[in-house]
Structure formats: structure tokens, C-alpha cells
Ligand binder design. Structure first.
Ligand code: IMP
Ligand code: MG
Length: 203
């Protein structure tokens, strides 16, 4: 498409996979009513589509976190900026993530949530960069196993941009994107750059 970005997952790939995940989750939690917990902001686009693919009574709740500083990348320890609105004691909790990279952030978050005595706690992620995993994690539902590339779109950002791209691209030249954070804006504004429906994933 451009040398700056390659489409990894089209709108149609994502839509189809989200529907499958919705069916799997519906099956897994049959006769129960899970609480889907999303970490702001990357996971909200996925969450919004996923909940409409689940045929069960459910609730959603949100957390917002921030890293303490460069050191926290190595430990995953984060500061909770906004906690859940409701107690999860006794609930079936499904944490919904956009992407798991090293897994450090999520494993820290899971330890916080587990301390609140939910009845069960499982993880659903749209993308898993499993080759980058440092913290061992049990991921119950995965959309796609993602190559070790920097990706944006469908909720995932680069410096808060590109979350509204309806498909997911791998950034080809990250150095150029850091120099010019708006380098990919053409993908949003030029309809001709949109991948055609049915385009096979390129990775
Ligand atoms: P982890 O603690 O290394 O697993 O960090 C995961 C978090 O890093 C995700 O929730 C994203 O916010 C961010 N992240 C990791 N990889 C990417 C990417 O390729 N694009 C955008 N954000 C990413
Ligand atoms: Mg995230």
C-alpha cells in the first residue's frame, strides 16, 4: 500500500475473527454473566465490537493506567489512574486487551484484579505478539498471533494517532513516523489507500 505501512488485518479479517471470538466466549460463559474489563484506551474499539458479538447478559468496566517511567517497562508496574467502577468479588472477569507484547503490564494488572477475589479471571486479546512474551501468561482467547512489528489502527495508536483506522497496519519505517508523527494520515484521509475488502492478510 505504501512503503510506510503494510496492511496486516483488513476490516473484514477483523470483523470475521471478532464474530468467532464472540461465539467462543458465548459458549465458554453459557449461563453466566461475565464482566468484561477493558484497559483504556487501546482496547475500546475491540471491546465495542466484541460485546455485540456475545449473546449473553454481560457488564463492562474500565481501568486506566500509566507507566511510572522508563523503568516500569522492565517490571510492568503501573499506576492506576482510574479504577473499576464496581467490585468484582465473586464475578467472572474477562480482561479484554488490544495487544499483548511482553505481557508485563497485563500480568501486573492481573495480580491486582486477582487480589479482589473474582470467581474466575481470563484474558481475551485481539493481537498477541507471542514471540515477545517475557511474563508467562495464560491467554484464553486470541484474535491473531501478531508478528513482531509495530502496529496501529483499530484502537492501537502511535502517540494517540490512528486509533480510528478501521484496519490494522504494520509500520514500515518507525524512525520516519517518530520524526513525522502525522506521516500515516493519508491512510485516514485518502479513500484510495483503503485496502479492498477480501484482501488477504499480508503477514
Ligand atoms: P506489554 O506490557 O509489553 O505487554 O505492553 C502492552 C502495551 O503496549 C499494549 O497494551 C499497548 O498499549 C502497547 N503496545 C505494544 N505493542 C504495540 C504496538 O505494536 N502498537 C501500539 N501499541 C503497542
Ligand atoms: Mg493496552
Amino acid at each position: 500500500m505504501t512503503d510506510l505501512a503494510t496492511v496486516l488485518y483488513t476490516e473484514e479479517d477483523i470483523h470475521q475473527r471478532v464474530r468467532e471470538l464472540g461465539r467462543e466466549i458465548t459458549e465458554e460463559y453459557r449461563d453466566r454473566s461475565p464482566v468484561l474489563v477493558s484497559v483504556l484506551k487501546g482496547g475500546v474499539v475491540f471491546l465495542a465490537d466484541l460485546i455485540r458479538a456475545i449473546d449473553l447478559p454481560l457488564r463492562v468496566d474500565f481501568m486506566s493506567i500509566s507507566r511510572y517511567g522508563p523503568g516500569s517497562h522492565a517490571t510492568g508496574v503501573v499506576r492506576v489512574l482510574k479504577d473499576l467502577d464496581h467490585d468484582i468479588g465473586g464475578d467472572d472477569v474477562l480482561v479484554v486487551e488490544d495487544i499483548i507484547d511482553t505481557g508485563l503490564t497485563l500480568s501486573y494488572l492481573l495480580s491486582i484484579l486477582e487480589a479482589r477475589d473474582p470467581r474466575s479471571i481470563q484474558v481475551c486479546t485481539l493481537l498477541d505478539k507471542s514471540v515477545r512474551r517475557i511474563a508467562p501468561l495464560d491467554v484464553r482467547f486470541t484474535g491473531f498471533d501478531c508478528p513482531d512489528r509495530f502496529v496501529v489502527g483499530y484502537g492501537l495508536d502511535s502517540g494517540e494517532r490512528y486509533r480510528n483506522l478501521p484496519y490494522i497496519v504494520a509500520v514500515g519505517d518507525q524512525a520516519r513516523l517518530s520524526r513525522d508523527p502525522r506521516a500515516l494520515e493519508g491512510l485516514l484521509t485518502n479513500p484510495e489507500l483503503r485496502p479492498a475488502a477480501g484482501t488477504a492478510p499480508t503477514a
